[in-house]
Write a protein that binds this ligand. Sequence first.
Ligand SMILES: C[S@@+](CC[C@H](N)C(=O)[O-])C[C@H]1O[C@@H](n2cnc3c(N)ncnc32)[C@H](O)[C@@H]1O
Length: 275
Amino acid sequence: MAEGEETDGRTAVYTHGHHEAVLRSHTWRTAANSAGYLLGRLKPDARVLDIGCGPGTITADLAALVPEGHVTALDSAPGVLERARAAAAERGLGNVTFETGDVHALAHPDDSFDVVHAHQVLQHVGDPVRALREMRRVCAPGGLVAARDADYGAMFWFPLVDGLAGWQELYRRVARANGGEPDAGRRLHAWAREAGLRDVTASAGTWCFATPEERAWWSESWAERTLASSFATSAVEGGHATREHLRGAAEAWREWGAREDGWFAVPHGEILCRA
Ligand SMILES: C[S@@+](CC[C@H](N)C(=O)[O-])C[C@H]1O[C@@H](n2cnc3c(N)ncnc32)[C@H](O)[C@@H]1O
């Protein structure tokens, strides 16, 4: 079984897990390419909570942007926090601390932070509305709750090589069976309102992979993830795919990556809410 977390009887399994191919993909992320909607609002002395920090490259950027403030980086998986710690140490950042925790039940008192941020996390949790309520609880009045999630159903690409649409359907099926919501991007606005957050700015942001280097990196990362990450284990053990299906999906990724006219867009939903 892949890594998971207990949440009041509801269990969500983190679909990607922390296989090396997953971490290679996540460590490409920066605050500029993944948190642009928030950056203009960060004050140098802000107290930031980065939830589901993963290997921590965005976290390190946030810490550099609040030199007089502090970033608390939290993840439910202790192993990946070691990577995040190393990323901050490599950059000589002394204003970040790391802790394990669950976004559904944060250990921090009310009003502890000025900014509470989660990138690509709410799509993986059992109860995103409860998670957002917790994010608001630990955010000081007037502070910001910020979240950004991809939307797997909205991903689009060209050329339409055989097998990639099948991968998209399979990923969404497996993520839902694991208790998550892969089409989270389009739902963030609704979840925020359901959580009682009223001053909500909802936006969209996109990653696009089209140069030879981007195509090679993105396609190879997904080919490997399809074959060897926790996603593969969930897909096979859950009866959603056979190993042969997964090999076909990985081949589709490699075929797309080799196409000189290849183009792939990953749309995201974003919410910035006043607590
Ligand atoms: C897709 S990764 C995103 C990592 C990082 N924010 C980034 O964008 O590079 C999602 C992270 O959320 C963590 N996670 C999953 N469920 C969680 C929960 N209930 N509470 C806290 N972290 C969680 C996972 O362990 C994983 O490291």
